[in-house]
Design a binder for this molecule. Structure first.
Ligand code: HEC
Length: 169
C-alpha cells in the first residue's frame, strides 16, 4: 500500500515560524492596559477608596459616641481575633497557638497614648502586622478611641478621675 508523503522537517519549521510571527503580531495589537497611556489621578495623589501605605499624618477626630461605636465594630473585626473582645490577649488565634499579645489594659501609660496606638495599628509592632492597607486613617482613630476606652474601663487610675468623680460614692 502506498504511504502518504511525510511532511519534510524544514516545511514544518517554516509553518511554525509563520504561526509564531503571526502570533506575536496579534499580541502587539490586542486590547490591553497601557500603564503610561493616562492616569486617573495625578502622581502622588491617592486614588479614592484606597489607603496610602505608611501614612501617619491624619487629623485626630473628636471622640464622640459614634466614633466609639465605629471603633468597636472595627476592633471586633480586626483586633479581637488576637486581643479578644475584652483586650486580655486571649483571642481565638492566640488560643490556636499565635503568640499572646500583652493585655491592652495593662499597657504602660506611654502605650496608651493615642498616637502610639495609632502607630501600632498603622505599622504593626513585633509579631503584630500593620493595618495600613485594611483600615483607613479615620477608622484607625476610631479603633484607637475604642481601645483607649477599653483600657480605661479596666485599668483606671485615680488621676484619671475629676475631683467630682472622686468624691462620688
Ligand atoms: C494576629 C494577631 C493580632 C491582631 C489581629 C492584632 N494584634 Fe495587636 N498585637 C499582637 C501581638 C502578638 C502584639 C505584641 C507585639 C510584640 O510586642 O511583639 C500586639 C501588640 C499590640 C499593641 C501594643 C501593646 C503594648 O502594650 O505594647 C497594641 C496597642 C495593639 N496590639 C493593638 C491592636 C489593635 C488595635 C488591633 C486591631 C486593629 C490589633 N492589635 C490586631 C497581635 C495582634
Amino acid at each position: 500500500m502506498k504511504q502518504p508523503p511525510r511532511p519534510r522537517p524544514a516545511f514544518v519549521l517554516a509553518i511554525a515560524a509563520v504561526l509564531l510571527v503571526a502570533g506575536c503580531d496579534d499580541m502587539t495589537k490586542q486590547r490591553k492596559q497601557n500603564p503610561y497611556a493616562s492616569r486617573a489621578t495625578a502622581p502622588g495623589e491617592v486614588p479614592g477608596g484606597t489607603v496610602q501605605y505608611g501614612e501617619t499624618a491624619s487629623p485626630v477626630p473628636p471622640v464622640t459616641m459614634a466614633l466609639l461605636e465605629r471603633g468597636r465594630t472595627e476592633y471586633h473585626v480586626f483586633c479581637a481575633s488576637c486581643h479578644a473582645e475584652t483586650g486580655d490577649g486571649h483571642g481565638m488565634i492566640v488560643q490556636r497557638g499565635f503568640p499572646a499579645p500583652p493585655p491592652l489594659a495593662m499597657s504602660s501609660p506611654a502605650a496608651s497614648r493615642p498616637q502610639f496606638l495609632y502607630d501600632v495599628v498603622t505599622g504593626g509592632r513585633g509579631m503584630m502586622y500593620g493595618f495600613a492597607q485594611r483600615i483607613e486613617p479615620g477608622d484607625r482613630w476610631a479603633v484607637v478611641a475604642y481601645v483607649h476606652a477599653l483600657q480605661r474601663s479596666q485599668h483606671m487610675v485615680l488621676a484619671d478621675l475629676t475631683p467630682e468623680q472622686r468624691a462620688a460614692p
